[in-house]
Design a protein around this ligand. Structure first.
Ligand SMILES: Cc1ncc(COP(=O)(O)O)c(C=O)c1O
Length: 391
C-alpha cells in the first residue's frame, strides 16, 4: 500500500510531456461511465431484459455520438478493445477476405514509419503469402504521391497510411493519397489514433475505407477503440462468438467504456479549436527556447505538416541512455513509441537517423493541463541536462 502511494506522488512531481502515449481519463468521463458499472450493468445484447435495453440504448447513443464527430453513419462504427485490435481487424480481415474472393493473396502497401500495430499484422499477412511494400518516407517523414504511385502493382489490394505519426507527429497528405487509391479501386486504411480529436477531417472526402481510433488518447478510458468501415467492403472477423457488432467483433460490448469514449470525444470536440491554438503556442515556445539555447538540435519530421502537440528532436553528441536516465526523474517523455519495447525508434531510423541518433532523441507531447510554466521548466531542465552531459 505504501509503495503505491509513493508511485503516485512521484508521478505528480514529474513534468508530464508524454500525452501521445496516453492521457488521463477526464473526471467528466469517469462521471459519465459511473452509472454503467453498478446501476445499469446490463448486457447490451440482452434485449429481452430491461437492463439489457438500457445498456443497448447507452451503447447506441455512444455509437451515434462518435459517428457524428466522424461524420459517418453510426452503423459503420464497430467497437473494439482499442486501436491495435481495430488495425488488426481492418488489415487481416480485409486482406484475407479479398484473397478468399480471388483465390490468391495480393499486394499490400504501407509506410515504414507506421505504428507496430499496423506493421505487425502486415508482416503476418506476408507470412500468409501476401507481398508487402514498405515505403520509406522522405527525411521530413512525409510520403509523396509519386512514391505511392511507384509502389502500386497490378494486384495491389490495400494501402495503409496513418493520418498523424505517433512519434514525429507528421501529417501525411491523405487527401492526395486517398484519391490515388480510390482511382485504382485500392482499399485505403488509415490509423487516425493521433489525429482524432486534434483536427477535423472528413473520411469520405479523403476516401478512407477503414479508419482506426482509440479512446485513451483523447482523455477517455483505456480498453476501447473503434474501426469505421465503409459499407460493402469484405471483412472477415478476427474472433467468432455471439455476433456482436454486426458479426464483425464478437464479444460483450463494454458499456461503460463505450459511454466514456463518446463522452471523451464530446469534451474534446467542444474545445478543439481552442486547445489546438493553445498547444501550438506552447509547442512553438518550447521549440523556440530549446533551439535557441541548443542550436544544434535536429528536429525530427516536418515542422509545418505536424500535429500541434508534438515535438521530436535529436540531440547530437550525447549518449541516448545517459540522456534518458538523467531525464527520467525530471520529465516524463519518451524516445519513441510506448510500444517500442525500448528498441531504437524504427520511425527515426526510417527518416535517416542512425541508431545512436535515434536513441539520443526525445519526443515531447503536450496535453490539456500543460502550462507555459511547465514549458519553461521543461526547457530549462533539458538544456541543463544536455549541458551537464556535454561538459
Ligand atoms: C498511431 C497509433 N496506433 C495505434 C496505437 C495503439 O492503440 P491502443 O493502445 O488503443 O491499442 C497507438 C497507441 O500508442 C498509436 O499511437
Amino acid at each position: 500500500m505504501k509503495r503505491k502511494t509513493a508511485l503516485v506522488t512521484d508521478q505528480k512531481a514529474l513534468l508530464h510531456f508524454d500525452y501521445q502515449a496516453t492521457t488521463p481519463c477526464d473526471p467528466e468521463v469517469v462521471d459519465a461511465m459511473q452509472p454503467y458499472w453498478c446501476d445499469y450493468w446490463g448486457n447490451a445484447s440482452s434485449l429481452q431484459s430491461r437492463s439489457g435495453l438500457y445498456a443497448s440504448a447507452a451503447v447506441g447513443l455512444a455509437r451515434d455520438q462518435l459517428a457524428a464527430y466522424l461524420r459517418v453513419n453510426p452503423q459503420r462504427l464497430i467497437f473494439t478493445s482499442g486501436a491495435t485490435e481495430a488495425n488488426n481487424l481492418a488489415l487481416l480481415g480485409h486482406a484475407r477476405a479479398r484473397a478468399l474472393e480471388v483465390g490468391r493473396p495480393g499486394h499490400l502497401i504501407t509506410v515504414a514509419t507506421e505504428h507496430q500495430s499496423v506493421i505487425d499484422p502486415l508482416i503476418q499477412l506476408q507470412r500468409e503469402g501476401f507481398r508487402l511494400t514498405r515505403i520509406t518516407p522522405s527525411p521530413d517523414g512525409l510520403l509523396s504521391c509519386d512514391q505511392l504511385l511507384d509502389a502500386f502493382e497490378i494486384d495491389t489490394i490495400l494501402v495503409s497510411v496513418m493520418m498523424a505519426n505517433n512519434e514525429i507527429g507528421v501529417l501525411q497528405p491523405l487527401a492526395e493519397l486517398g484519391k490515388l487509391c480510390s482511382e485504382r479501386g485500392v482499399t485505403f486504411h488509415c490509423d487516425a489514433v493521433q489525429a482524432f480529436g486534434q483536427m477535423y477531417f472528413d473520411i469520405d472526402k479523403i476516401g478512407i475505407d477503414f479508419l482506426t481510433i482509440t479512446g485513451h488518447k483523447i482523455y477517455g478510458p483505456k480498453g476501447i477503440g473503434a474501426l469505421v468501415v465503409k459499407s460493402n467492403l469484405p471483412l472477415i472477423p478476427l474472433q467468432w462468438g455471439g455476433g456482436q457488432e454486426t458479426g464483425l467483433r464478437s464479444g460483450t460490448v463494454p458499456v461503460p467504456l463505450a459511454v466514456g469514449f463518446a463522452k471523451a470525444a464530446e469534451i474534446t470536440f467542444q474545445s478543439l479549436e481552442k486547445s489546438q491554438a493553445r498547444y501550438l503556442y506552447l509547442r512553438n515556445q518550447l521549440w523556440k527556447r530549446l533551439s535557441l539555447e541548443l542550436p544544434d538540435l535536429q528536429l525530427n519530421g516536418s515542422f509545418d505538416q505536424r500535429l500541434s502537440n508534438n515535438l521530436n528532436f535529436t540531440i547530437p553528441g550525447i549518449k541516448g541512455s545517459s540522456l534518458h536516465r538523467a531525464l527520467r526523474s525530471l520529465i516524463q517523455c519518451s524516445n519513441g513509441s510506448a510500444c517500442s519495447n525500448g528498441k531504437p525508434s524504427h520511425v527515426l531510423r526510417a527518416i535517416g537517423r542512425t541508431k545512436e541518433e535515434a536513441e539520443a532523441s526525445i519526443r515531447l507531447s503536450i496535453g490539456r493541463t500543460t502550462t507555459i510554466d511547465h514549458i519553461n521548466r521543461a526547457a530549462h531542465l533539458i538544456v541543463k541536462t544536455v549541458r551537464d552531459l556535454r561538459s
